[in-house]
Ligand binder design. Structure first.
Ligand code: TUI
Length: 314
């Protein structure tokens, strides 16, 4: 059975994290993933700090297994969330879109295992030096806010540089991707896009349908000119966003205003003018199924491939 040191450190059965996707990753999805033996994560991007506190409390009712919270560090309420998770007794945190250095002392004192999401070796090394338990190394195939390196070259470089466990993210949604990540040096994988299609994921049905209809070329990265590149599905919204960025007469403030609230509109209302963040592997997600079946499929698939890898290549 596939198992790694991160399973023991976190008390989980399978080395699969569910991405802490903004507005999407709530108690329903996180508890389903944790109950199935993975690591469920609740996103800190929701309708305010108290809404996130409620999700944490709900999740505790839905599962007795370990789960964590993902803190998006660029959010205006990141400081508030950083304190609230300590109050709520959270034991596992992932952080994204920046460095969590300013909160590390407080979280370590509270006994929290901190797992920053990084997109480079430089930041990964810094995180190890300030006491991170592990890092999620996220390649640019992923949905949402992306770095520059892709999974294939990021993972081995981060794995070579660090002593702590590395969780691979970006472009992984089945046993093949997971097996590849383990071979590249990862101790676990983080899966986002495929869990959007999970039965327990509470996003608007239109969001699920858009993922299920996606093909290999359905995503686009916008926001590079604003210093905040984001991968999402190609829609009238993202195409307009891209056009605004390439038009020298449109000011950055206007583009930012156009994008504000777009993810929430997609997740909650299924609004065609919303931002449907998704990774490049959206084209491989073909059905809605329970989170536990997604985890079983990834683990079984990876085990079969790893067991037969040498014979396939002989
Ligand atoms: O954070 C993410 N993905 C996200 S956050 C998000 S919320 C959002 N909402 C509306 C518009 C835009 C975004 C959606 N998706 N992933 C983790 C991640 N972190 N990926 C890359 C990084 C990263 C990049 C640079 C982490 C640190 C970093 O450098 C910081 C430094 O100080 O060097």
């Amino acid at each position: 059975m596939i198992n790694s040191r991160i399973c023991e450190i976190l008390g989980i059965r399978y080395p699969i994290f569910q991405g802490g996707m903004a507005w999407i990753a709530d108690a329903s999805l996180a508890a389903a993933v944790s109950n199935a033996g993975g690591l469920g994560l609740i996103s800190s991007i929701n309708a305010g700090t108290e809404a996130v506190r409620n999700e944490i409390r709900k999740c505790k009712e839905l599962t007795d297994k370990p789960f964590g919270v993902n803190i998006m560090l660029q959010a205006p309420n990141a400081g508030e969330i950083a304190h609230m998770v300590v109050e709520e007794g959270i034991t596992i945190l992932t952080t994204g879109a920046g460095s969590p250095a300013q909160y590390m002392e407080m979280w370590k004192e509270a006994g929290i295992k901190v797992i920053p999401v990084v997109a480079s070796v430089t930041l990964a090394l810094k995180m190890q030096a300030i006491g991170a338990t592990a890092v999620v190394a996220e390649g640019a195939e992923s949905g949402g806010h992306v770095g520059e390196l892709h999974t294939m070259s990021l993972i081995p470089q981060v794995a070579d540089a660090l002593d702590i466990p590395v969780i691979a993210a970006g472009g992984i949604c089945d046993g093949r991707g997971a097996a590849a990540a383990f071979i590249l040096g990862a101790d676990a994988v983080q899966v986002g896009t495929r869990f959007i299609s999970a039965e327990e994921c509470t996003v608007h049905q239109n969001y699920k349908d858009m993922i299920l209809k996606a093909t290999d070329i359905s995503t686009i990265v916008t926001g590079k000119t604003l210093g905040h590149p984001v991968r999402s599905l190609k829609t009238p919204f993202s195409k307009t966003f891209a056009k605004m960025e390439s038009d020298p007469n449109v000011k950055p403030e206007e583009i930012l205003a156009f994008g504000t609230g777009a993810l929430r509109k997609a997740v909650k209302e299924g609004d065609p003018n919303g931002s449907y963040m998704a990774g490049e592997c959206a084209g491989m997600v073909k059905k809605t199924e329970p989170a536990k079946d997604i985890i079983a499929d990834i683990i079984d698939g990876a085990e079969k491939i790893l067991a037969g890898a040498s014979s396939r290549l002989a």
